[in-house]
Design a protein around this ligand. Structure first.
Ligand code: AMP
Ligand code: MG
Length: 337
């Protein structure tokens, strides 16, 4: 980044891909001046309804944007750019963040910077951990991937072929009547489990499949197995799969860093299992503080800073949202080697 100009910069970032509406102000030297958010919670037993999520976001947006700015002691006209998560995600939810960002950028004549949500997780992870070229496990509601930053892109080493690990936990939770997102409740249920039930462990090449495990886990619940044992077995089996592919990527790349980001990275059992993987491979496990592992405005504000300081912004009239968008299609000039 270019010295003084970028370190003095401040970016207002807006996140609204799924459950969470978030707003944050981050500076060019990576200080998170503010980060506020509100999460839409559907009734227990049901999943996210895109229109309801967008209503939640539209209702919360004004106070959250105002609060992000006032906690950062800045007015809108004092920020250097406005970034928004342009995708991938749920159309109605994405559009709320895009409309808010577009309106602020147009009215205050600020550069508008579209950000790929998952790249936000990865880059905020690098900022907060100090990792440089880590093998990265991205485990969230929308993504399950093992990646490496190489030659202007985050390159995919392996990924899920069907549902993400977040969807596996959320859909199992919904089937059990738990509130969504169910990851934390599954984690606490798993703490009371002891019996390892047999579940499909499916890895093809470096890619993973979780849909058979979800079906089998629901079948165990339907046939009266203890919920604690099902939650325990799903965590042990799914996380072992993630560890196997992450370990292979570490061995293949020779990277001395293993970073884990995304909402599922908050899970302490996953963290402990990855700690063993890193130790075996002589690598350091880089953990994002749980507060910043899930969706938040800071991931968008920081990636907005990176893009803007490398010359990217768009005309608000031409800005759009992209519901399906692979992260390895995005060119990132700051990943140079
Ligand atoms: P994100 O899309 O990055 O906000 O991540 C959301 C996903 O993280 C959802 O699928 C949640 O169920 C999951 N999640 C959040 N906390 C935990 C946890 N402690 N253990 C497992 N999954 C979690
Ligand atoms: Mg996410």
């Amino acid at each position: 980044m270019d010295g003084d100009r970028s370190t003095m910069m401040a970016c207002l970032g807006i996140e609204s891909t799924a459950h969470t509406f978030g707003a944050s102000v981050v500076t060019g030297d990576g200080k998170i001046l503010s980060d506020v958010r509100s999460t839409y919670r559907p009734p227990p037993g049901s999943g996210i309804h895109p229109r309801e999520a967008s209503r939640h976001h539209a209702a919360k947006a004004p106070e959250l944007v105002a609060s992000a700015l006032s906690s950062a002691s800045l007015r809108v006209d004092e920020v250097d750019c406005v970034a928004y998560s342009a995708g991938p995600g749920l159309g109605p939810a994405l559009r709320v963040g895009a409309v808010v960002a577009r309106a602020l950028a147009a009215y205050y004549s600020k550069p508008l910077v579209p950000v790929h949500h998952a790249i936000g997780h990865l880059e905020l992870g690098r900022l907060l951990t100090g990792a440089s070229r880590p093998v990265s496990l991205l485990v969230s509601g929308g993504h399950t991937m093992v990646l490496l930053p190489r030659r202007s892109r985050w390159r995919v080493f392996g990924e899920t072929l069907d549902v993400t690990v977040g969807q596996l936990l959320d859909q199992l939770g919904r089937y059990m009547g738990l509130p969504s997102p169910a990851g934390p409740e599954i984690e606490s249920l798993a703490g009371g489990g002891s019996r390892l039930l047999d579940l499909p462990y499916v890895i093809r090449g470096n890619d993973l499949s979780f849909s058979g495990m979800l079906t089998a886990a629901k079948r165990y619940i339907a046939s009266g197995a203890r919920r604690e044992d099902v939650a325990f077995s799903v965590q042990e089996t799914a996380f072992a799969m993630l560890c196997e592919v992450s370990e292979r990527a570490l061995a293949f790349s020779g990277s001395g860093e293993l970073m884990v980001v995304g909402g599922v990275a908050a899970n302490s059992r996953l963290r402990a299992m990855l700690e063993s993987v890193a130790r075996r491979q002589g690598a350091r496990l880089e953990l994002v503080p749980p507060r910043y592992s899930g969706d938040c405005g800071a991931q968008i504000a920081w990636t907005g800073i990176l893009h803007y300081s490398h010359g990217l912004s768009v005309d608000p009239r031409a800005s759009r949202v992209i519901q399906r968008w692979r992260l390895d299609e995005v060119t990132l000039p700051w990943i140079d080697r």
